[in-house]
Design a protein around this ligand. Structure first.
Ligand code: GDG
Length: 468
């Protein structure tokens, strides 16, 4: 039986099923970042294989031992689509959409978290390090600790942690706080998320919090310390630079511009179709700029990639209707035979096509109403090897804490958003260069490898402190 010294626990395994029944590595930064670490450590990864009612045996994949967790169709509906994506997701994104509080979803969430914890406990070697990922598994740190006091536990929260006034709506707030506190290191995207969490701990449990960590009294009178701190996630910047240098991808970027009728300026939005991303606000602002003749369709086209997401959750079905109504209205009003206002794509594209789009885009629009980090902003910046282009960036993203040279915007302020878009469209080349160089430096120096290194180093310090 395999026992690993490093175990990652995430909702999904890092692989997807091939058409011919085999497995291939899933796209995405987290998987790319952890792959070399897992390989070096002979690590194991616990996660759902992505299909309901399917049992898959443990197997090795490119140097990592994979431990599939089986979920029934009903569990996917209640734990994943329900509690994770229709309760926690809207609540933690400042209630942009009303969270649904359903007791049966919570019960299934507890049950499924227990199953993930069981699988992690079974595969972890004595004294192992276990790293739990994200809001679907908030109870797992405590469930592991109860059974395995020998292991060191980390948890990283990819989405925002809300202010206590909102968090306190959650009927199971105390259980969630206790669940997370099972970890030795609890990582957040922004310092503000970490302090919101520390406040929730204080309000719920009255534990003392210091700069060095939250002090959790043990039953024997001793104290255990859990560190809640910002570890802003990033991207595999070098892989974007590499793609941006490829001749075929550069040719594709020119082809995209030509296919759009060679507009002077291409504006671009790339988002999962999600109500947190501010896609409607962006379209309202763009539509008003067209109707006020500050932009025209022969001069500017907005390309909006809205990749399909959570299509079985009602709020997402509604959002899609609203966005497609808005696109239809704007295009119906402003399109000509030669030019379109918005080229809307409800599709997912290969990574190569995304980089071609980043290279083609003169102005990148990231207008999220709330976003843990927003990796798209970092990907755009990393891809701009010509040091040109402008990034309009919502102040409600984690990325805004790091990317100070972007054009900062409050997406709720439509007039301000219009001004920001025009600043991007009209930005002189020299200013683009100055800003883009600073943005690129930050992303290059703080890539996802640095992120995982920093987090694992903090866990290692926690392990040594516990041992002493
Ligand atoms: C969560 C948090 C946090 C999108 N469409 C396509 C595609 N993508 C890729 C992007 C990017 C990723 O998906 C999206 O990442 P984001 O960070 O922008 O947003 P979430 O999906 O909401 O991610 C977020 C993140 O976790 C990490 O901690 O930053 O705040 O919400 O990589 O490029 N990729 C491809 N085709 C598509 O059509 N290939």
């Amino acid at each position: 039986m395999t026992r690993a010294d490093l175990v990652v626990v995430a909702n999904r395994l890092p692989v997807d099923r091939d058409d011919d029944g085999g497995w291939r590595q899933s796209p995405g930064g987290l998987v790319a970042a952890l792959e070399p670490v897992m390989r070096r450590a002979d690590g194991a990864w616990v996660g759902w294989p992505g299909r309901p009612d399917t049992t898959v045996d443990e197997f090795d994949f490119e140097g990592t031992h994979l431990v599939p967790v089986t979920l029934s169709r009903q569990e996917v509906a209640e734990y994943y689509e329900g509690f994770s994506n229709d309760t926690i997701w809207p609540l933690y994104h400042d209630v942009i959409s009303p969270p649904q509080y359903r007791r049966e979803w919570w019960n299934t969430y507890v049950e499924v978290n227990r199953r993930f914890a069981d699988a992690a406990v079974a595969v972890a070697a004595k004294g192992a390090t276990i790293w739990v990922q994200d809001y679907q598994l908030q109870l797992v740190p405590k469930l592991i600790r109860e059974r395995r006091p020998d292991v060191t536990i980390g948890y990283f929260h990819h989405i925002p942690f809300p202010a206590y006034g909102l968090f306190s709506q959650l009927p199971w707030r105390r259980q969630v706080v206790e669940g997370l506190l099972g970890a030795d290191v609890i990582g957040f995207q922004r310092a503000a998320d970490a302090s919101n969490f520390a406040r929730a701990v204080h309000r719920q449990l009255r534990y003392e919090t210091r700069a060095t960590g939250i002090r959790i009294p043990n039953e024997d009178g001793s104290v255990r310390v859990s560190l809640a701190k910002a570890f802003p996630i990033s991207i595999d910047a070098a892989s974007f630079v590499e793609l941006a240098h490829r001749d075929d991808i550069r040719a594709r970027a020119r082809e995209i511009r030509a296919d759009l009728g060679n507009p002077d300026k291409i504006l671009l939005g790339v988002d999962r179709l999600d109500y947190t991303k501010g896609i409607r606000h962006r379209m309202t602002a763009f539509g008003e700029l067209l109707s006020e003749n500050r932009l025209s369709v022969d001069r500017a086209t907005l390309v909006q990639v809205a990749s399909p997401s959570r299509e079985r959750v009602e709020a997402y079905v509604q959002l899609r209707d609203e966005i497609e109504l808005a696109v239809g209205r704007i295009n119906g009003t402003f399109d000509t035979m030669e030019h379109t206002a918005i080229r809307y794509l409800h599709q997912a594209f290969p990574r190569e096509e995304m980089v071609a789009l980043y290279l083609a885009a003169d102005v990148m629009l990231v207008t999220a109403l709330r976003d843990g980090m927003n990796l798209v902003a970092k990907e755009y910046v990393a891809s701009r090897i010509d040091n040109r282009g402008a990034l309009v960036l919502s102040e409600f993203t984690g990325a805004a804490d790091e990317l100070g040279s972007a054009i900062r915007v409050n997406p709720h302020d439509i007039e301000g958003l219009k001004e920001a878009i025009m600043r991007g469209v009209e930005m002189p080349s020299a200013e683009q260069g100055r800003r883009m160089r600073a943005l690129r430096r930050r992303v290059r120096e703080h890539d996802v490898q640095a992120w995982s290194h920093d987090f694992l180093a903090a866990l290692e310090r926690a392990r040594k402190a516990n041992a002493s």
